[in-house]
Design a protein around this ligand. Structure first.
Ligand SMILES: *Cc1c(COP(=O)(O)O)cnc(C)c1O
Length: 575
């Protein structure tokens, strides 16, 4: 799936920096002083780490883009010794766990570091894997557990976060690196900034100077919309897990002051220690509702997420984009004349490329099973709709099934299939129930049973397969609740037609650039969704409409989708 041809020559790297108008970057970022990215979640199974969703995909894509563009980059993240999977039994989702060994994925053991609790010390293994200008720097130990195990706000979560922050910072020292900048991917990584502050203060820097210095070089990236939804910890949890790792009394006191009524939300000290703050789409940066300890609203700069295109786009389509000058060698679309280049995309080319994508999809589907435990194959001449994302309430996976007869009619009349792929989070009993009800509804309906396929254990492989092999994807978050989303980017970049509500990164551009679902009520949105499914089906049987929509999507969104554009935006903001 990964096809890297990183920029090889120094000239190429300089050319990239100059293309994004960041000359002299080679002085600011170097192999010894890299861009350091902290994340509790990474989604990169080819390197042994399975994530949960978009937050992890973003982290993995940041590293891939850095590698491709030869940006010195360190991804500091846990290597989880356990990961969770799902399979179906009697149309129920069953969770199971598998053990993971880092040596199976080419990681090298470096040494151990220690973090402290009030009663004991925990030894963490530091492991590393270098990939071009980038590397994974991971901490792990046999009892580290799995991603998001335990309740948020629990002791184990705090332990994982402390281990990643303080342990990860020691790991960085261990391999001889000094961070040029630290990016905190959500507040679970906050302790990395504390570790840095504590190091500066305990090596003699004045506390306020150290705060100013740390603030200037720390970027906090927020993915959540409401602060109220964030977990909190109590003081005694901090006494047990956090304070024993802080040497400086001043730093400990600073952190103690951030408690109100005996509890702390990590976003409160995070916004103080990070002068740079970003949200992951224009809409998200505008509406994220965060306040500092004095009650002032926090401003976020928008850096819309992108994807690593060479990972997520069918190689034949990437070749086509290069060939038609739709993407340059940095995977950036040209600033001028993109529209002209995209106007050369013909319906015949789209159909040919999507056929290659369908073949790829069927290859991957041959090794997966549906809700009945059987492999699925989608005929080459059939139309395919897909909905692929985590099964969480606000994404509304059930929306297309609100009127089963209408859905059945659309699928039958257009010789269409519908693939639903997603995972219910462990412990989300409501969604678990909704999924079961949905599967029973499908089972009882003669048309839906033939044409709707549910694929459990949603992962990167399925995400890729459906992006390349489906004709039209459905994205129905409740407007205002999706921070960005990146699945829709994979769909557009693979020449599919997007049907979506106007939310997250989709809303970076006006709604006439894709098949938009409008409506003031859920019932109205539902009617619109069916209408747009019919519009998508009609476009796939009409060359003029197909060209119109594919071109429109590419012109509007290609720059947003490009992970290189995202890297450019971050470098611009950071330096
Ligand atoms: C792309 C991708 C995501 C991102 O999902 P969104 O719902 O668009 O945020 C999540 N999980 C997997 C496996 C992916 O491939």
């Amino acid at each position: 799936m990964e096809r890297f041809q990183p920029l090889e020559s120094v000239e190429d790297v300089e050319e990239f920096y100059s293309a994004i108008k960041r000359e002299k970057m080679t002085h600011k970022l170097s192999p010894e002083r890299p861009y350091c990215y902290w994340t509790i979640e990474t989604y990169d199974k080819s390197n042994g780490i399975r994530g949960g969703g978009g937050l992890g995909v973003l982290a993995a894509d940041m590293r891939r883009v850095a590698e491709q563009l030869s940006v010195p980059f360190v991804l500091v993240t846990p290597f989880y010794p356990w990961e969770s999977h799902q399979r179906m039994e009697d149309m129920k989702q069953i969770d199971f766990h598998t053990e993971q060994h880092y040596r199976d994925y080419g990681f090298e053991f470096i040494d151990t570091v220690r973090i402290k609790t009030s009663t004991t010390a925990v030894e963490l293994e530091v492991i590393e894997k270098q990939l071009g200008s980038s590397r994974f720097l991971c901490i792990t130990e046999p009892n580290f557990g799995e991603l998001y195990s335990g309740e948020s706000g629990s002791d184990h979560r705090l332990y994982q976060e402390v281990a990643l922050g303080f342990g990860g910072y020691q790991a960085l020292k261990l391999v001889g690196l000094r961070p040029a900048v630290i990016q905190l991917n959500e507040v679970a990584t906050f302790f990395a900034a504390v570790a840095r502050l504590d190091e500066l203060v305990s090596s003699g820097m004045d506390f306020y100077e150290a705060v100013v210095y740390t603030r200037k070089h720390t970027l906090y990236t927020n993915h959540t919309l409401v602060q109220a939804a964030e977990a909190s910890f109590n003081y005694s949890q901090f006494e047990q897990y956090v304070f024993p790792n802080i040497k400086s009394v001043a730093v400990r006191r600073w952190l103690s002051d951030k408690f109100t009524n005996g509890r702390i939300q990590l976003s409160t000290p995070t916004v103080e220690i990070a002068e740079l703050r970003s949200g992951v789409s224009k809409l998200h940066a505008r509406v994220a509702n965060y306040h500092d300890i004095n009650g002032n609203k926090i401003k976020f700069k928008s850096v819309t997420n992108g994807i690593h295109m060479r990972t997520w786009v069918l190689p034949e389509i990437m070749e086509y984009f290069y060939d038609k000058n739709i993407l340059d060698k940095f995977d950036l679309p040209p600033e001028e004349k993109l529209e002209e280049a995209v106007n050369a995309v013909s319906a015949a080319d789209i159909r040919k490329l999507k056929l290659a994508g369908r073949k790829k999809l069927n290859e991957i589907l041959a090794n997966r099973t549906d809700q009945y435990g059987k492999p699925v194959q989608i005929p080459e001449e059939a139309l395919l709709f897909d909905f692929k994302r985590r099964f969480v309430d606000y994404k509304r996976p059930w929306l297309p099934f609100e009127n089963p007869e209408r859905l059945a009619e659309i699928l039958e009349q257009n010789n269409a299939h519908y693939i639903l792929a997603g995972r219910v989070h462990m412990g989300d009993y409501r969604m678990f129930d909704r999924l079961m009800k949905l599967l029973h509804l499908i089972d009882k309906h003669p048309v839906l049973r033939e044409r709707v396929h549910y694929l459990p254990d949603y992962d990167e492989e399925l995400g890729f397969a459906l992006s390349v092999g489906a004709n039209s994807s459905i994205n129905t978050p409740i407007v205002g609740l999706e921070a960005c989303g990146t699945s829709w980017m994979k769909d557009i970049a693979n020449l599919g037609l997007l049907i979506s509500t106007h939310d997250g990164g989709v809303a970076d551009m006006p709604s006439d650039n894709y098949l938009s679902i409008k409506g003031k009520t859920e019932a109205e949105e539902c009617t619109e969704l069916y209408r747009q499914m019919e519009a998508a089906a009609a476009a796939w049987s009409n060359d003029f409409d197909l060209e119109y929509w594919v071109r429109k999507e590419l012109v509007a969104y290609l720059a947003i989708i490009s992970g290189s554009r995202m890297m450019k935006d971050y470098l611009n903001y950071l330096f």
